[in-house]
Write a protein that binds this ligand. Structure first.
Ligand code: FAD
Length: 342
């Protein structure tokens, strides 16, 4: 059981900045995210896109914004449970909460902050009838740790940047990499497409275009896939493999949070924005893109503001009756989160 002051569901920009604001109040945070990396939409959807409306940054790439947030919260040593979806919220008799993930990891805290954005990104799965039988047993929809594939025979399916980038990367890690795409043209960056075809020429990637993985075989774990070619004359290819990684993108869904007894309006969580961004469940807050109230703007800076306000109230729940004198970060030795007084 992971114990902390504040459980944050969602490690997007809002969740990450919450760690900073909570840290100023000496509250410890633990973040849970369904994705294998922090950053939410900024990392998953548009890491290379410039953002122009972050105060004091005339222009910043979304990926760089996430790197900066990670740097800013480092001194507060947040915990992370990544690649796991928060599944259930259970209120305890003492008013605290246990949040359990789809992998069974349990987190216990007096305060829960939902910073779930558009919801958890669910992988788009290919229509192969027995694919669920091999999930975590040879089939994965995202690459959490490339080392898992060292010296393994891997088939990647997809035609976008993720499929290309991982095929290129794993060509040096796995013993065999096959890339299967149902069209002839790839959608990814030109540079990646060229790199992948170069590696194919060198025999480091087996390229199957105009083809789809249609069947999976194995007893306890995946042992082989069948690739069906669009060209009937080519028929099917039977390939012995250890791993199959379909990378067809992720679609956001509010998912299990929708069953936590929260007041939901148009797929977002209603909060008290006149005060503290608390939901209808006392002790559970919702901030960033996941919440709704009159006048809500789904922008990164809205999430940052909501985090700052909400942490003041979380402090009062965690330290009842104790007063915290709000200081600027540059006053009274609060600066220098590495411990130094400036
Ligand atoms: P998100 O970034 O959505 O992060 C939420 C995280 O919660 C996700 O990582 C998700 O996996 C996780 N999560 C959800 N449910 C669960 C669960 N049950 N268990 C575990 N994890 C869960 N905003 C701007 O201010 N300026 C811009 O220029 C701008 N440009 C944009 C361009 C594009 C193409 C897009 C798509 C958005 C843009 N936005 C922009 C909007 C901005 O990205 C969002 O406002 C911001 O990402 C919201 O941050 P968040 O942390 O609230 O949510």
């Amino acid at each position: 059981m992971i114990k902390t002051d504040v459980i944050i569901v969602g490690a997007g920009p809002t969740g990450l900045f919450t760690v900073f604001e909570a840290g100023l109040l000496k509250l410890k945070c633990h973040l849970i995210d369904a994705l294998p990396q922090p950053g939410g939409q900024c990392s998953e959807i548009y890491p290379k896109k410039p953002i122009y409306d972050i105060p004091a940054f005339p222009e910043i790439l979304a990926g760089k914004l996430v790197d900066n947030l990670m740097e800013q919260i480092k001194p507060f040593e947040p915990g992370f449970t990544l690649g796991e979806r928060a599944e259930t919220l259970d209120k305890q008799e003492d008013g605290s909460f246990i949040v359990t993930t789809n992998k069974g990891t349990q987190h216990h805290a007096p305060v829960v902050v939902i910073a779930g954005g558009l919801g958890s990104f669910e992988p788009r799965k290919p229509p192969i009838s027995n694919i669920v039988d091999f999930e975590d047993n040879g089939v994965a929809y995202m690459v959490k740790d490339p080392e898992v594939y060292r010296d393994k025979k891997v088939v990647i399916a997809g035609g976008g940047d993720s499929a290309l980038d991982w095929a290129i990367f794993l060509a040096d890690v796995a013993s065999e990499v096959s890339l299967v795409h149902r069209r002839n043209e790839f959608r990814g960056a030109l540079d990646s497409v060229e790199k992948a075809s170069e590696l194919a020429k060198l025999g480091k990637i087996k390229l199957f275009t105009e083809a789809e993985v249609k069947k999976l075989y194995g007893d306890d774990k995946l042992e082989a896939v069948v690739i069906k070619h669009n060209d009937a004359e080519k028929g099917e290819t039977y390939l012995e493999v250890d791993n199959f990684i379909p990378l067809f993108g992720l679609s956001p869904k509010l998912g299990p949070i929708g069953d936590w007894g929260l007041e939901i309006e148009r797929n977002a969580i209603k909060v008290n924005n006149a005060k503290d961004y608390q939901t209808n469940i006392p002790g559970v807050f919702a901030i960033g893109d996941v919440n709704t109230y009159e006048g809500k703007l789904k922008l990164i800076l809205s999430g940052f503001h909501e985090a700052a306000v909400m942490c003041q109230y979380a402090y009062q729940i965690i330290n009842p009756g104790k007063r915290f004198v709000m200081k600027y970060t540059t006053v009274g030795g609060v600066t220098g989160f590495d411990g130094s007084k400036k």
